[in-house]
Structure formats: structure tokens, C-alpha cells
Design a protein around this ligand. Sequence first.
Ligand code: URA
Length: 235
Amino acid sequence: MRLQKYMSLCGIGSRRKSEEFIKQSRVSVNGRIVTKMGVKVDPHKDEVYFDGRVIELDNKKYYILLNKPKGIVTSVKDQFNRKTVIDVIDWEGPRIYPVGRLDYNTEGLIILTNDGELTNKLTHPKYGVEKEYFCIARGRIQTSDIHKLRNGVDIGNYKTSPAKVVFVRYNKENSELCITISEGKNRQVRRMFDAIGYPILYLRRERMGDLKINDLVPGGWRFLYDKEIKALKEL
Ligand code: URA
């Protein structure tokens, strides 16, 4: 990343202020004073000094809300070189990680953070954080099948806990519903609908705890507001 960006992430000052410090010959990279713009640094390898003192990324916590588009992997790196959530936000700051997972073809709310404690709270089954999904399933779902989802279904050696299910409408030969679960088994919503014979055609996570995706478009992201971070920590 650019030297002035790195300096500002280390808490030295704004990027513009950092550029001034560079011009004033107060910054060195790997023992060499830098005065020109355009120098890039690798925070994991390069040693940057400001006024003779080494600078490091401060332990600031970052909280990002992303509307994950379809066709993106929820990981930091992918063994098949597919695009990841980190690529989508074009992040160059300190390492952050997705909280939980969304399938490759699922859209919607995903939090990215370097706050391990919050990640644990949001993903550990004992806290039972609610996750709400909008889905389109193939076929006209029967009321009796909606009850099956509400009561819990067998998804292969596991019976799901009761889910909240709201029927939205039939759209031609498909059904649109909202489903809220408090567990996080792998591909759980898809497996629940498979189990009752209505395969999912489209899936989007709309809410986690009190946090909603609202009007963020797929691929759009923003930092969480302080009050949203506080609410998640208090769940
Ligand atoms: N359930 C699924 O089936 N897929 C997801 O991505 C999330 C929940």
C-alpha cells in the first residue's frame, strides 16, 4: 500500500499530513529516507520510521458491513483463485476476516472485522444470534411444508431447531419466503428447503442480530456505526 496510507493507518496523521512529513524528509523505509511520493510498502515486511521511531499499525478494530454479491467466496484467500470478499472491498488495511460464511452463490449481509471476540460471539452456537434470509424456492410451497420448516427438519443426521418462516408470495411456479434461523450449519437454509422438496433458486441474507443490509447494493460496503457495533457486542 502507499506509504502515506500506511502512515495514516498507523495513526501518524491524515494522508495529506503524512505526505507533508514525507516531503520534510522525516520518514524512512528500510533505512532510506523517502522524500518522493509513490513509494509503496508491505506492512508485513517493510520497516518504516517516522522521526527516527519505528511505526506500526495500531491495534484499531475495523468493522465492515458488506453486501456480498453472488459468485464470491467468503474467505480471505481462495485455493482456486476465485474472487474473495476481501477483493470485493479492495481492502489494504490490517487483516480482517469474514464473520461466518455465505455460500458462493448466496448474496447478502456479511461482516468483516479483526475483532476476534465479536466474531466468536456472533458465530458461536451458544449465543444463538438470529440470521434472516430472503429466498426464492422452486415450486409452490404448501402450508404444511412451511410448518415443517417451523418445527425443524432433518437435514441429514441433524434436526434443525424451530425456524421463523414468513410466506411472502408465489411468483409464477416459485415461492418467495423469509426464514430466520439461529443456527449456522453448513448450507443450512438450502438443505432445509431441499429436505422438504423445494430447492432454493436464490438466497440473500438480510439481517444478523439487529443489523440489516437495507439498501446496500450487492458489492457495496460501509464501516459499521458505533451504535451498531455496540448493539452487536451486547447481543
Ligand atoms: N444457508 C445456506 O444454505 N447458505 C448460506 O449461504 C447461508 C445459510
